[in-house]
Design a protein around this ligand. Sequence first.
Ligand code: ZN
Length: 191
Amino acid sequence: MRAGFPDFRLGQVLATSFTGTLSERHGTAVERIPTPQRLVDWLAVYGLVVDACTPAQLDLARELREAIHAAATAAATGDALPASAVQVINDHSARGGAVAVLTPGGERRWRLGPASGVEDALGVIAADAISVISGERDGRLALCASPTCRAAFFDTSRSRTRRWCDMNTCGNREKKARFHANRRGNPGSAL
Ligand SMILES: [Zn+2]
C-alpha cells in the first residue's frame, strides 16, 4: 500500500471488486484509484501485472468501471441492462488480448501484451463482468444494504442472503448505527 492514498477494498470477484474502487457512490464518494499508478497497483493484486499506465488508460478503466457498475446494478434489481453500458463492456472485452496460461502447478495466469497491458487487463475484467452479469456463475448479484454505498456485489454465500458489499466496512457501520439507535431508544438498557 502506498501512503496517502485510500486503501483498496478487495473482494473475491474481480469485476465487482473493480467497481468497488469507487466507493460510497451515494455518500461522500471515495476514489480508490486516483492516479494511474494506483490502477497499476490494483491490477497487480489480481494478477494483472502491467508495467505502466497513462492518464488516458486510467480514463478507460473508469469508463469500464462505471459501465460494469451500471449493468450490475440493473442486473441486481432485475431492470433492463443499459445499452450504453453493455456496449462499453463489450468493447473492452473485444479490445483485450490477454492470454490465459496454465502453470505447471495448475494455476491460471494472465499473459498481457507488453504494449497493451492495461487494455488487456481491462479486457479480462470485462469478460469477468460478462460471466457474472450473464448469470453464468454460481452466485447472485445484489446491492449493498448501506444507503450511502449501494455497491453491486456478487453473493456466493450458500443462503444467498448477504446484505453488505463488505462486512468489515458497510456491515460494521450498519451494526454501529443500529447500536446507537437502540441506545437512544432505550437509555437504560445495557447492550
Ligand atoms: Zn457497501
